[in-house]
Design a protein around this ligand. Structure first.
Ligand SMILES: [Zn+2]
Length: 142
């Protein structure tokens, strides 16, 4: 039996911020960085624990709802912030600011809507501290 002090217990926030696997919190979820010209490609399996990221066909469609919440929060914040800072009632100012900032945040929204879906909103998907070690023992070549 593993002593408590030896047992690995990775924290959830660094795993979310660094877009890591929800099961082992070590393996990458995306093949490329968020802001890359190569696009954002979700890996099929976790390279550390072998977890299949797309648990069922259409699993990531649910991330649209998380992304929608992100967009609404960003737009409301931008609108209120623009009004407080400028006091303007010109709709083109608001439209220009909102469209440009939301365009810049699109890769962020894409990535973290999927990460939050996997880490928090998927029933039955939990952190398993020794998932990576068990997978590496059973698949020594990978
Ligand atoms: Zn993993």
């Amino acid at each position: 039996m593993i002593k408590k002090s030896e047992q690995k217990n990775l924290r959830i926030w660094p795993a979310i911020v660094n877009a890591r696997c929800p099961k082992c919190r070590e393996g990458k979820v995306f093949a490329n960085p968020a802001y890359s010209f190569k696009g954002q490609k979700i890996l099929k399996n976790c390279p550390r624990c072998g977890m299949l990221y797309e648990r069922e066909p259409g699993y990531f469609y649910a991330a649209m709802y998380v992304g929608y919440a992100f967009i609404v929060a960003e737009l409301v914040t931008l609108a209120v912030g623009t009004y407080i800072l400028s006091g303007s009632e010109n709709p083109w100012l608001y439209l220009g600011i909102m469209l440009s900032v939301v365009s810049l945040l699109a890769p962020f929204n894409y990535r973290y809507s999927r990460i939050l879906l996997m880490h928090w909103l998927t029933p039955g998907l939990h952190y398993v501290p020794d998932a990576a070690e068990n997978y590496q023992k059973n698949h020594p070549t990978t």
